[in-house]
Design a protein around this ligand. Structure first.
Ligand code: ATP
Length: 437
């Protein structure tokens, strides 16, 4: 295979637009800056990523449970968490061209666009404000959550008691978050509305560092197991001066995008900060009582926080290949996350072929997301599936009417197997090895 990997983001952006995987939101009105819609294939891809995470982090474990908490929370939550006061980015304006930048993203003290003079940095709060109910007054101000984690902390006691969990245990959540980013960009890498997959894992002071290491490695491994090339992925421990005052460690999982190595997930040792803050601000007891040792304490939290959209961008960038030798673009997506697992293609529009192909598709769709395509030459149809990452194509041809056999083509090797039509399901089960979920 030649040249896997993307070098120019525009190639991916145009593929995503052409196949309606991801495209600008409100496009008929000219779009809106950095808001994106996921079309049919993008929605499947996103669901598969979230399912792969949930399956691994929640369903396959005895020590983690999931929740789905409200996006709008009591405003006191954000005072306790520190977001009202500290969730800010330093903003500078160019006095000449009026563009805005995040001061911590600039390499020099002049405007990177026009070289103009910059204003002093001002702290800009990233939380979106809105009003709850019909009155627009300050008492009714609420925020759209900038992370899902606080929903977990405030529900800590209720969930622990209901699920009868013993430390160490975790609470996980997937959901939308909102940040009024100063400089969104790089396609879906940084947007103002995005989804997060977060785990808050509660441990005691004897095992905290072990668990921290464990989750750094476990989360890194998840990307590798879903096919990301190891040479493009790294774990970057934060320097001392990057760490929050309460944190004992933080490691970012970074991927090498065409625009450089960038964070796709953070794993942080948050100490007892979050629960302690909520104990103080709510006046409620969120401590943990260990009835075996008789100890009562506030557990330490190890957090892993990943972006769904950033993970999705990582998988797309990493899977992309412009396979010039075969005159195709192909996404080598792991079958587990590929939007469509198998496409059924009748060689011609002859009624008997269509009937046979549709019967096969009906059987396969009981188990997998399938596609059906009878338009254009077979070579073009293969390429249409390759560029959206469909692992297998099954072709029903004239010979199939005689010998009841079909051809299964592999996306990556382009190798073709001729097998009895009655065996296709079993064959795919074997080849997808449980990855069709
Ligand atoms: P950055 O430094 O890139 O702004 P951060 O350190 O503020 O990110 P966290 O608060 O650690 O990010 O958020 C956890 C994860 O949520 C990130 O690793 C990323 O995957 C995702 N995420 C955060 N902000 C955005 C955003 N604006 N758009 C898309 N995903 C985001």
């Amino acid at each position: 295979m030649s040249g896997r990997g993307l070098t120019d983001m525009n190639d991916l952006i145009s593929l995503c637009k052409r196949r309606a995987i991801i495209f600008p939101s409100s496009e008929i009105y000219g779009g809106i800056n950095s808001c994106w819609d996921y079309g049919p294939l993008g929605a499947e891809l996103k669901r598969n990523i979230k399912e792969a995470w949930w399956h691994r982090v929640v369903q396959q474990r005895d020590d983690v449970v999931g929740v789905d908490t409200s996006i709008i929370m009591h405003p006191a939550v954000w005072r306790a968490s520190g977001h009202v006061e500290n969730f800010t980015d330093p903003l500078v304006d160019c006095k000449a061209c009026k563009q805005r930048f995040r001061a911590d993203h600039l390499k020099a003290d002049r405007c990177p666009e026009c070289g103009g003079e910059l204003t002093e940095a001002r702290q800009f709060n990233l939380m979106f404000k809105t009003y709850l109910g019909p009155v627009e007054e300050s008492a009714a101000i609420v925020y759209l959550r900038p992370e899902t984690a606080q929903g977990i902390f405030v529900d800590f006691r209720t969930v622990r008691d209901a699920a009868r969990l013993r430390v160490p245990f975790g609470i996980a959540q997937i959901g939308k978050s909102f940040r009024n980013e100063v400089t969104p960009g790089n396609f879906v890498f940084r947007t103002r509305e995005f989804e997060q997959m977060e785990l808050e894992f509660f441990v005691d002071h004897r095992t905290d560092m072990e668990w921290f290491e464990y989750w750094v490695n476990e989360r890194y491994q998840w990307y590798l197991d879903l096919g990301v090339r190891p040479e493009k992925l790294r774990r970057r421990p934060h320097e001392k001066d990057e760490l929050a005052h309460y944190a004992k460690g933080c490691v970012d999982v970074e991927y090498e995008f065409p625009f450089g190595f960038s964070e796709i997930e953070g794993i942080a040792h948050r100490g007892t900060f979050d629960l302690s803050q909520h104990i103080e601000h709510s006046g409620k007891d969120l401590s943990y009582f260990d009835d075996l040792t008789g100890e009562r304490y506030v557990p330490i939290c190890v957090e892993s926080s990943a972006g769904v959209d950033r993970a999705l961008l990582t998988f797309l960038v990493d899977a992309y290949e412009n396979d010039e030798a075969n005159e195709r673009v192909v996404l080598h997506l792991h079958p587990r996350i590929a939007p469509v697992k198998v496409a059924v293609l009748p060689l011609s529009k002859k009624a008997e072929l269509i009937e046979k192909a549709q019967a096969l598709r009906a059987e396969l769709r009981e188990e997998w997301v399938t596609a059906y395509d009878d338009a254009g030459s077979i070579g073009r149809r293969y390429r249409r599936q390759d560029e959206v990452g469909t692992p297998f194509c099954v072709t029903v041809d004239f010979q199939s009417l005689e010998d009841q056999q079909v051809t299964v083509r592999d996306r990556d090797t382009m190798a073709q197997d001729r097998i009895p039509i009655g065996r296709v399901r079993e064959y795919l089960r074997e080849r997808l090895k449980g990855n069709g979920r």
